[in-house]
Design a binder for this molecule. Structure first.
Ligand code: URP
Ligand code: ZN
Ligand code: ZN
Length: 461
């Protein structure tokens, strides 16, 4: 086991920013203090740089079989891209095949993820909740550390479940301290709108957005919140995109209900005008779709007002050749876009540098809250004695331009092509190992570790 001494950096947590040194012994932070003189195998000078806790992206889809193809980053390339961008841990989705068991999905994803270079955990996505799958819940939570379960209120005929399944899943998972999350869009309404559009010959990517209106998201968001309220269960809404949905969260604040909300970088920074470019708009075909600039403003306000708690990516890349499956019908374009590599730098550059959020809020929404909500804290998401030494040495003054030509994600386009970014991940440290330094990764395939999570974490929020 080797040791590191990180000197002279400004340590930034969700609550403070202060100058101090960090001594890392093996995988763990052992000491934090001013002018530490301890001997270490390597001394890193972080002068004029920030030291953040490793980023945690709680919404990714590596090598996801979806819409007759598979997302183009596997667990190796995807988690490696995460490390380049300061994300040291992901929570991916192990998705149940309808008719099969939850445990089979969990085991299958564990197997796929063995090649990861970043740490990882899983939400198990339940697509078929019945008396048999009910029996698997306790084991997954207590023996495998799966403390969150995902449901889809959209993707009718594929992943979608009905309200009864969601409610009964909440009932069963709450018994053991786990939480249900949901993709909130009204799948029936969308299914009808898509059918009509295709019948009318409206085949271009822009119709993807037009057939998934904000009201379909707001309605499902409200319904999901109410289902949770009916049983006094916690709930977590994934990838919220718009003001209408956020207003449904705002409306229930007086209930003192635990409603946790995630948005993604793309919904904060990109808007629906990107669909007005013919088939190129397919790059942005994702569900829910991109919304308006007014929606972006609402989401930034939601972050500041503690109504939105985490910023993830929903990283689900497909190359243009795959997107072309929907050249003649938008509903055949695989849904999803790349993002994991740039979440942390973009949130710093567009959030902190542009004064939309504070430096502490930036750490809170990209690392600490994701860890707290999903039972990873204080092992992850913290710079504290005893925590995993997952650290990012970040230069706030380095400016550069994003491009598919320079990113490492396995995707032939960037959703942020041409974006100017201020703030660069100079070094990423995962459990005490320097895994990225000066844009070079040195980490062995399989270095990433599975992280079993603690139940009842959301109770302390
Ligand atoms: O378009 C998306 N979001 N693709 C991934 C699956 C999902 O809905 O999260
Ligand atoms: Zn989704
Ligand atoms: Zn997703």
């Amino acid at each position: 086991m080797s040791s590191l001494l990180i000197k002279n950096g400004v340590i930034v947590t969700a609550h403070e920013a202060y100058q101090a040194d960090i001594f890392v012994d093996g995988e763990i932070i052992r000491t934090i203090g001013k002018n530490l003189t301890v001997n270490a195998d390597r001394v890193i000078d972080a002068d004029r740089r920030y030291v953040f806790p490793g980023g945690i992206d709680v919404h990714t889809h590596m090598e996801l079989p979806f819409m007759s193809t598979e997302s183009s980053d596997d667990f190796y390339s995807g988690t490696r891209a995460g490390l380049f961008g300061g994300t040291t841990t992901i929570i991916d989705f192990a998705i149940q095949t309808q008719g099969d068991t939850l445990t089979a999905a969990y085991q299958q994803w564990r197997e796929k993820a063995k090649k990861s270079v970043g740490d990882y955990a899983f939400h198990v996505a339940v697509t078929d909740f019945n008396n048999n799958t009910r029996l698997e819940i306790k084991d997954l939570i207590l023996n495998h550390g799966v403390t969150s379960f995902k449901t889809f209120m959209a993707y009718k005929g594929a992943l979608m479940v009905d309200d009864r399944q969601i409610f009964e899943l909440m009932e069963e998972t709450a018994k053991y301290g786990a939480m249900v999350t949901a993709h909130c869009e009204n799948g029936d309404v969308i299914d009808a709108l898509v059918k009509r559009a295709i019948e009318r010959g409206e085949s271009a990517p822009k119709y993807h957005a037009l057939t998934r209106p904000p009201i379909a998201e707001a309605e499902a968001t409200s319904r999901f919140i109410d289902l949770a309220y009916a049983g006094d269960y916690p709930c977590y809404i994934v990838h919220m995109t718009c003001k209408e949905a956020l207003d449904r969260v705002r409306r229930v604040q007086e209930r003192n209900q635990k409603v946790l909300v995630e948005t993604c970088v793309q919904y904060l920074l990109l808007d629906d005008s990107l669909y007005d470019q013919g088939f190129n708009g397919a790059k942005y075909v994702m569900s829910p779709p991109l919304r308006t600039k007014a929606d972006q403003d609402a989401l930034w306000s939601g972050l500041r007002q503690n109504l939105v708690h985490t910023v993830a990516t929903d990283h689900c890349p497909f190359c243009m050749e795959q997107k072309k499956m929907g050249e003649h019908a938008f509903n055949k374009i695989p849904n999803g876009a790349p993002g994991i590599e740039h979440r942390v730098p973009l949130m710093f550059s567009e959030g902190v540098v542009k004064n939309r959020i504070s430096l502490n809020k930036f750490v809170e929404v990209t690392s600490t809250m994701p860890a707290k909500i999903f039972g990873l804290y204080p092992k992850k998401g913290a710079i504290a004695v005893g925590s995993d030494a997952d650290l990012v040495v970040f230069d706030p003054s380095n400016e550069y331009v994003l491009s598919a030509k320079t990113h490492t994600m396995n995707c032939d386009y960037s959703a942020y092509e041409g974006f100017n970014v201020k703030g660069h991940v100079d070094m990423t440290i995962l459990r005490g190992s320097v895994v990225v330094e000066d844009n070079v990764a040195s980490v062995e395939r399989g270095f990433g570790a599975y992280v079993a999570r603690r139940p009842y974490a959301w109770k302390n929020l």
